[in-house]
Design a protein around this ligand. Structure first.
Ligand code: NAP
Length: 319
């Protein structure tokens, strides 16, 4: 459905970047409209303990942190639509945003759609997704109480998953393709101190075994080429993320991996269009850096709109 009213600011995405942008923009009287996505809240919705977000001396659960941010944005009259954005047209002004059920127009845009978990791309991995193969320990770990699982990957995400799963699983084996982990030292130490965690290094997952559910895995040693079989009940893939920017192809410049190319952290080449968070940041990818980028994007929008000297107010909830 098309809507004739022109928004001052639409924010696409509701992770730390999008919600921080909303808080700043709402306090700046821009009456922002957030298209939150069907799975609102972003990656922190799939995270347990967040120990490195400032202000929470005892840590905070990812979903709780996002709920607090959303309530804070709502307190200042941010409006939300829980739909995905299908496409944008940034070639003309006002910019056009097409969500699942409505077409919206806006004077300015902050895109903060983040990134999603990557898969290895094995046929058996995809066939057994939801039947023992997962990319989210917080979502699915419960099903593997007292069972044996593997976690593929050697980064921070993998070690977080290992830590979480080690609290409920009988055994957690880390399968990593090199002999060194990439994760930060503190996380490495934490998981190495667990009695029920072991490491299968220089190894690549070749195949997930099982028909109706996972019964085991085939693992190849990357040095010797030897293939071995391991009986496990669950497989957690934690090999990184890819930016959610498919809908921006042809509208904004993307690099070969799909990250938005920015002029200076939040600036795109199109005046009035800003990005914030993991869709443009393959380096830091932290909740706090995403939140910082959201703040910067909102402050830039304020300045941009002031220069335009918009006569109109942002409009109410759309149909
Ligand atoms: P990452 O740092 O890119 O690590 C991905 C891991 O998966 C690497 O160990 C990589 O191996 C491995 N991998 C990638 N592709 C693979 C493939 N096809 N087959 C087998 N293994 C593969 O990703 P991440 O762990 O998701 O972290 C992303 C960013 O978020 C990082 O900056 C990280 O610091 C941050 N983060 C922070 C926290 C925190 O608690 N502070 C938590 C989560 C994420 P190689 O090592 O051989 O490349």
């Amino acid at each position: 459905m098309a809507n004739k009213k022109i928004e001052k600011l639409i924010i696409i995405g509701s992770g730390p970047a999008g919600l921080t942008a909303a808080i700043y923009a709402a306090r700046g009287n821009l009456n922002p409209l957030v298209i939150a996505g069907r799975e609102a809240g972003g990656q922190l919705m799939w995270t347990t303990d967040v120990d490195d977000y400032p202000g929470f001396e005892n840590g905070v659960l990812g979903p709780d942190l996002m709920a607090k941010m959303r309530k804070q944005a709502e307190r200042f009259d941010t409006r939300f639509i829980n739909e995905d954005v299908i496409s944008v047209d940034l070639k003309k002004k006002p910019f056009v945003v097409q969500s699942e059920s409505r077409q919206l127009t806006t004077e300015s845009l902050i895109i903060a759609t983040g990134a999603s978990a990557m898969w290895l791309g094995l046929e058996s991995e995809q066939r057994l997704r939801g039947r023992g193969v997962s990319a989210c320990a917080v979502c699915d770990g419960f099903f593997f109480k007292d069972k044996k699982v593997i976690v593929v990957g050697g980064g921070d995400t993998a070690m977080r998953e290992v830590n979480y799963l080690s609290r409920m699983c009988k055994q957690v084996s880390v399968v990593h393709r090199r002999d060194k982990l990439r994760a930060q030292p503190a996380l490495q130490e934490l998981v190495k101190s667990k009695k029920n965690v072991d490491f299968i290094l220089n190894s690549q997952l070749e195949e997930v075994l099982g028909q109706e559910k996972v019964t085991g895995v085939k693992i190849k040693n990357t040095q010797t080429g030897k293939i071995s079989q391991l009986e496990v009940d669950g497989v957690f893939i934690a090999i990184g993320h890819k930016p959610n920017t498919g809908f921006l192809k042809g509208e904004l410049e993307l690099d070969e991996k799909g990250y938005v190319l920015v002029e200076d952290e939040v600036y795109t080449k199109i005046p009035g269009v800003y990005v914030a968070g993991d869709l443009a940041d393959h380096r830091y990818r932290q909740a706090v850096t995403a939140a910082g980028a959201g703040c910067k994007a909102a402050l830039n929008v304020e300045e941009y709109l002031q220069k335009l000297e918009l006569p109109s107010e942002g409009n109410g909830i759309l149909q």
